[in-house]
Ligand binder design. Structure first.
Ligand code: SF4
Length: 348
């Protein structure tokens, strides 16, 4: 048995691995790399089934008070036309997402103080009453009190990525808040009974396989219900403009495969940014450990103004076109669309 086979056997047996060992797998090439993908895909099929759950993303505000260095809608970027969808527009979009077969809507925005817990709670209640869909919020760091009120309003899930576990890197690219705030928020979410999603950006400038291995282990230690990761893609209107991709492009995909191997029961989305990395990037991720697809259901007129990274796909489409497209993609992969909300496996 070679080193890759031995490490994969240990992962399948739920035995601990070190960051150095994960870094070895991240550096695997050729047949070893293919074996990692096949093993992750097999485990995904056995533990999560072949269904792919659809979670429709509604990008309801691109206004943000923060200045994260990698982000195209950071507040200092004056080339973005800012928008907020009205409550009615958000709720109508949720209704459309339900018509198009999504079991969940993900309400995503910049850190926009206009959307207080009270305002978001009112929108949430109406979506739950009118559609019964599962609702995920992705609106940045919030206080425990706000999170508590949002849970009472019916919020099911919350996404908040930690982005990197490197203290130096985190503080360099997040001038507005410390790493500890995000960890505190993730802890609050768990204690308040949310289904918790987090993850990181793969290949931030200066990151190494060893650093990515630490990120994978940290995500695993958080015992997440959902793990969402995407490649770092340099945006021209940010301080990280023109930073290159990782030399080994397979590391992006191996990261997803290793996350699956360490987190057999977590929902793992094929995030949209993978399609900006490779035209069939999301398809590849679905064949390497992922089991969730997040079609953009935001009305077409807003999409061009919500580009956290460049070359974002589907910005000239509308929700109906995306819903048709995703079904075609899944059919080509031989994967059925999941029915129902696709809650975490931890629920009774
Ligand atoms: S990553 Fe999020 S918090 Fe940071 S600037 Fe972009 S939208 Fe704002």
């Amino acid at each position: 048995m070679n080193v890759t086979q031995e490490l994969l056997s240990r992962l399948l047996a739920n035995q601990p691995v070190t960051a150095a060992e994960l870094a070895l797998l991240l550096k695997a090439q050729g047949k070893a790399c293919e074996l990692i993908y096949a093993t992750a895909d097999g485990l995904r099929s056995r533990r999560m089934g072949d269904e792919v759950f659809l979670r429709g993303i509604i990008e309801f505000s691109n206004i943000c008070k923060n200045n994260c260095w990698y982000c195209g809608i950071r507040c200092d970027n004056t080339s973005v036309t800012r928008y907020r969808m009205t409550d009615e527009e958000i709720i109508e979009t949720a209704r459309n997402a339900q018509r198009w077969g999504c079991g969940t809507v993900v309400l995503q925005s910049g850190e926009d103080p206009f959307y207080t817990a009270g305002r978001l709670g009112d929108i949430l209640r109406r979506i739950k009453e009118e559609t019964g869909l599962a609702v995920t919020l992705s609106v940045g760091v919030r206080s425990r009190d706000e999170l508590s009120r949002l849970k009472e309003a019916g919020c099911d899930r919350y996404l908040l990525r930690f982005e990197t576990t490197s203290n130096a890197l985190f503080s360099a690219i997040h001038p507005d808040e410390p790493f500890e705030n995000r960890v505190r928020c993730l802890t609050d979410l768990r204690e308040l009974g949310y289904q918790v999603g987090s993850g990181f950006m793969i290949g931030l400038p200066g990151s190494t396989p060893e650093m990515i291995a630490h990120d994978i282990l940290f995500a695993t230690r958080l015992s997440l219900d959902m793990i969402g990761c995407g490649p770092f893609l340099s945006h021209p209107d940010t301080p990280l403009a023109e930073k290159p991709l990782l030399a080994d492009r397979e590391i992006y995909y191996k990261t997803i495969a290793l996350l699956r191997l360490l987190n057999p029961d977590a929902h793992i989305p094929a995030t949209t940014a993978f399609d900006a990395l490779d035209p069939d990037g999301r398809n590849l991720v679905l064949q390497r450990g992922a089991n969730v697809f997040m079609p953009n259901v935001t009305p077409g007129k807003f999409r061009r103004n919500y580009q956290l990274y460049p070359n974002k796909p589907c910005v000239d489409e509308d929700g109906a076109a995306c819903a048709i497209c995703v079904r075609g993609r899944l059919a080509n992969l031989g994967r059925p669309v999941g029915s129902g909300p696709g809650h975490t496996k931890r629920l009774p």
